[in-house]
Design a binder for this molecule. Structure first.
Ligand code: NAP
Length: 283
């Protein structure tokens, strides 16, 4: 079997066109969706992610503001800046780009962002709502993955899902969202005794580990849907996922490429959450 490629770029483009229309409608009602991004330090990957967010937000007609601050910023200064954005009606979404310098507590920062402007979906209140299946801001990468899966037209209900990786931003929430869709979910992580034993049962395999070509074809069930979240840069400069794509595409029914799979959906779902937040102000 040669897999159908799940085209994240195309799916993201369609969704962004729809969001641009919604932004226009909001503007006609006097509300311009606004996203404030705070970036601390000069991590090249973070700089590149923030550039992508700015470009996408502005292309959809949103108001985007970047505070690019020196790594010497104190935690208290950052928390005060977040308070200012929490109180500023021009901004419907606030995002502090992670990772943070070591002297700043990620937990304190995430918890300081108003749950009503938490467009990353990382605030404990929003995570709790997600767990309960209530309407909330869903974390962007997991929500983007569900959109990509829906794009295949394959029903998620009753499917065996295996998620490799259990981070708070990808692994755990994506498993929860798929559980909410009535899939049967298994998590694998660094202490899992025999990963292949689980992955070989997966109708849908989601891999979010952060190791180049970690999952090989012999760990994939024939006809499985494979979602590769990993982004790894090889010494050659090439960007690859966590799944050995060349091998896996001969085994899977559908597969996401890296780049051009999950990545474009993450930024799109951030815009989706910002528009959702702006709409709430009119409700
Ligand atoms: P993370 O926080 O480092 O978590 C990695 C997970 O992989 C952990 O749960 C860890 O298990 C597990 N793991 C590590 N080594 C393992 C092994 N040998 N066997 C089984 N499990 C193992 O990473 P993350 O933030 O979830 O990101 C994962 C990847 O996705 C990275 O490449 C990241 O760049 C990428 N990513 C992409 C996007 C996108 O938009 N495309 C967004 C976010 C992340 P333990 O919990 O036991 O340590």
């Amino acid at each position: 079997m040669t897999a159908t490629i799940i085209d994240g770029k195309e799916t993201a483009k369609e969704k962004r066109e729809q969001l641009a229309k919604e932004v226009e409608e909001l503007k006609q009602k006097g509300v311009t969706p606004g996203l404030a991004v705070i970036l601390i330090g000069d991590d090249p990957a973070s700089l590149s992610y923030v550039r992508g967010k700015k470009k996408a937000a502005e292309a959809m007609g949103m108001h985007f503001q970047l505070d690019h601050l020196d790594a010497s910023l104190t935690e208290e200064e950052l928390l005060q800046l977040i308070d200012q954005y929490n109180a500023n009606d021009q901004f419907h979404g606030i995002l502090v780009q992670l990772p943070l310098p070591k002297h700043i507590s990620e937990k304190a920062v995430i918890e300081r962002i108003s749950p009503d402007k938490d467009v990353d979906g990382f605030h404990p209140l929003n995570i709790g709502k997600m767990l309960l299946g209530e309407d909330t801001f869903l974390p962007c990468t997991p929500a983007g993955i569900v959109e990509l899966l829906n794009k295949t037209g394959v029903s998620l209900s009753g499917k065996e899902v295996v998620v490799v990786g259990r981070s708070n931003i990808v692994g755990k929430p994506v498993g929860q969202l798929l559980l909410n869709e009535n899939a049967t979910v298994t998590y694998c992580h660094s202490r899992t005794a025999n990963i292949s034993e689980h992955t070989l049962k997966a109708d849908i395999l989601v891999v979010a580990v952060g190791r180049a070509n970690f999952i090989k074809a012999d760990q994939i069930k024939e006809g499985a849907i494979v979602i590769d979240v990993g982004v790894n840069r090889l010494d050659t400069g090439k960007l690859v996922g966590d799944v050995d794509f060349e091998e896996a595409k001969e085994k899977a029914s559908y597969i996401t490429p890296v780049p051009g799979g999950v990545g474009p959906m993450t930024i799109t779902m951030l815009a989706h959450n910002t528009v959702k937040s702006a709409k709430r102000t009119l409700a």
